[in-house]
Design a protein around this ligand. Sequence first.
Ligand SMILES: Cc1cc2nc3c(=O)[nH]c(=O)nc-3n(C[C@H](O)[C@H](O)[C@H](O)COP(=O)(O)OP(=O)(O)OC[C@H]3O[C@@H](n4cnc5c(N)ncnc54)[C@H](O)[C@@H]3O)c2cc1C
Length: 381
Amino acid sequence: MSTPDPPFTAEHEELRESVAGFIDRELAPHSQQWEEDQWFPNDVFPKMAAQGLLGLKYPEEYGGQGGDYLHEAVLCEEMARAGSGGTAAGIGAHINIATPPIWKFGTDEQKQRYLVPSIAGEIVGALGITEPGAGSDVAAISTRAERVDGGFLVNGEKTYITNGVRADFIVTACKTTADGGHHGISFLIVDRGEGVTSAKLQKLGWHASDTATIAYEDVFVPEENLLGPLHEGFKLIMANFQWERLAMALGAVGGMKLAWERTAEFARTREAFGRPLAGHQTIRHKLADMATSVHVCRCVTYDALRRFLAGEDPLKEVTMAKLATQRASFDLMDDCLQIHGGAGYMREYWVERAARDARLGPIGGGSDEIMREILGRVLGL
Ligand SMILES: Cc1cc2nc3c(=O)[nH]c(=O)nc-3n(C[C@H](O)[C@H](O)[C@H](O)COP(=O)(O)OP(=O)(O)OC[C@H]3O[C@@H](n4cnc5c(N)ncnc54)[C@H](O)[C@@H]3O)c2cc1C
């Protein structure tokens, strides 16, 4: 067992070993097939649930493991071992963005109906915020929820939604006033059913995940599926951003560490001009720079994680961690690919997929430009 790096403890390292073992056995061997299928099977959810991995941070009364965000952080880092950004994204959307608002803002009845079966891997969730006309500018969403007898009637379109085809329920941001915006957005838990249609999108990476456009056409949503207070949905969005971004930073850190180790091993064994690649100074120096980048990203992320766990509101540190890690991860994967030469460009090598998958980081969960805008405000610029 590796020595724990604070804030992780020996208990977390034990969990890490068992999570890594599960992923190596149950997910990693299928990553190439799932990539080609452009789909990972739904039974991954109950398999993960059987190991307790869909409810690490959730209370035992809902079927969770009674752990906290630090246990979840272990899973976020180790998911890179699956070798499939798409699979990690589908699981991540379920546990890191779709179910947390239900846990934090849901009524007990909503938790029984959605959180309990989600933790058990019986149903799959998605978070629907982004629309064709509104991504970074979340307040500009136009999907409408109009009051009708007994609930709401929803009309509109969401896009780029992870788990958008397979999700049984979509935690959906809607305009509930004529103007919408910061004081006119509400969240509804929309069940897949009449009026909800999905269309899968083709994309550069994350092939195993079903990123989709979801259309809502006169979808009736009962009153009891309003999540959190009416018109205060913006608070729900903000409430989970810190964890979502930390989860992405942790995912990048886990992926970078693994990619570096594999690439260093390749450079030690692959020979060119009569010696291992690592015997050439430029390659050796490149690997040293890459190891430094992994360490820097890890330190920035763990610092933000520590503050988050201590109950601070570490907007600056989490934003910096998201910004620092996502582009660095893509750059590192590109360097790994380069060191693999022609092999790196081939589908049969992990690195080709890792490089494509990493490109999403600077875009999703708040783009690099939006991170800089937040930092501009926090830093008083
Ligand atoms: C694979 C994938 C999975 C996703 N999963 C989900 C999901 O599950 N749920 C969900 O709701 N969304 C999801 N998204 C959407 C994602 O969060 C958005 O793509 C992202 O927020 C950017 O929004 P946008 O694509 O509309 O780009 P835009 O907001 O149109 O931005 C376009 C470009 O302009 C830049 N830009 C925008 N505003 C500014 C500014 N003020 N200053 C400087 N530059 C700016 C952006 O950084 C970007 O580079 C996913 C996206 C992808 C690609």
